[in-house]
Design a protein around this ligand. Sequence first.
Ligand SMILES: Nc1nc2c(ncn2[C@@H]2O[C@H](COP(=O)(O)OP(=O)(O)OP(=O)(O)O)[C@@H](O)[C@H]2O)c(=O)[nH]1
Length: 439
Amino acid sequence: MDPMILALSGSKPPTHNHYHHDWFGYDSSGTRSKRLSVNHQSLQKPRKERLNDLKNEKKYAINTSLSLEKPPLEVICQVRTRIPTPHGEIFCHLYTNNHDKKEHLAFVVDPEQLQREFVSSNDLRSKSLDAIRSGESELDRLTRGAYVGKIKRNSAEINIASTNSLNASPYTLRQEHKDPLAPLVRIHSECYTGETIGSQRCDCGEQLDEALRQMFVGTSKDQHTKPRGVIVYMRQEGRGIGLAAKLRAYNLQDLGHDTVTANELLGFGADERTYEISASILRDLGLGIGSSGIRLMTNNPDKVNALEFEGIPVSDRVEMIPRAWKCNHLEELKIKGLKQKHLFANPRRFSTGGEQTPTCVNEKGEEEDKDVFAKTLSTAENDSGDEYLQHVLRRSGAGLIGAGATQGEDLERYLRTKIERMGHLITIPKDKEQIEEKK
Ligand SMILES: Nc1nc2c(ncn2[C@@H]2O[C@H](COP(=O)(O)OP(=O)(O)OP(=O)(O)O)[C@@H](O)[C@H]2O)c(=O)[nH]1
């Protein structure tokens, strides 16, 4: 017999190696007793119950449509902060809610707010953020972003000095004429692969960037009077099935199934998302009934219907055309070095400081004149080819925001399926109609 084991079995109290198991046990009143007699009592629930809990938790998180069992939905903006992006400054809002355990976000484009000392009735502001919370100081309000204008370096000192001077209405509200143009809104679902490493299996990263860009510069259809819009960023990875399942679906797609069938083979619907949380966030930002409505940036008819069902007035739909589809003449241009994937550059914008997204559409989203584009591009190449390429590749902003167009065979297939099987409302360009299927 191993002397070590002998020593252990004789020791008092005996060693135990079960994490979370209590050695001393409990008496009948439930108090922890230091009895020497051994009474193992696990503080964990039995494994079967724990697994059940896990399963229910997962179901709860994925299937938000089980709203019958849930309390009335409540969303609260916990914090708002200013974020400079390659397109301009935005406010990032973090929301919690009582239906799922996720922190959904809203990116608000309304830079006019940053310059003002008062709140305008047109401002895209969160009601739940601005509401006064009991016992909070002005520093608390500043820290969670419930301030007006832009915080300057000494704002904190000024506001600490007047701590507790809050009354029921901390801001001056100025009623102004309603903006004639409803704000642009995009309901965007998280896509870890598309937004971190620029996956070319989908158009998600590009869509996020394009939505932000158009909120600043306007769409091809509407003239913006000022940058304005909201991106509700929903943590509904993989159209609501989660990252692991989406990655499995990708493998099924490599076996030849399309995005819809792959979901179905895994036991999910083509799209598991619901929109009541997005709608509540929009209402919180003042875009519900009684507002001038929203212009929804999407090709997906389900999103329009779902938001209207939730009482958000959708006055218009703005289509999201993949950048590569706007730039198909680049193929003909055969430009040395620039014919790489996701390199569709607009030298005009590049030459104005590289602050805008490089595409071959102009600031209003219209396609550039082919010859003008070719000429400017060749001039740029002749002048400083390498430098030019470097600028296009290394833009301000480290992520995909501010990057170029995404393209590739997988993406073409994905977009095609969305149009043909999910009813998405864009037209496949003529030269893209034949997608060569790999044997
Ligand atoms: N299950 C699954 N999800 C995918 C796949 N490709 C992308 N996604 C997810 O789809 C979501 C992106 O959809 P969205 O861009 O919000 O919306 P959409 O329904 O495509 O419609 P648009 O508003 O027109 O873009 C993200 O959560 C991605 O992770 C795929 O092949 N399978």
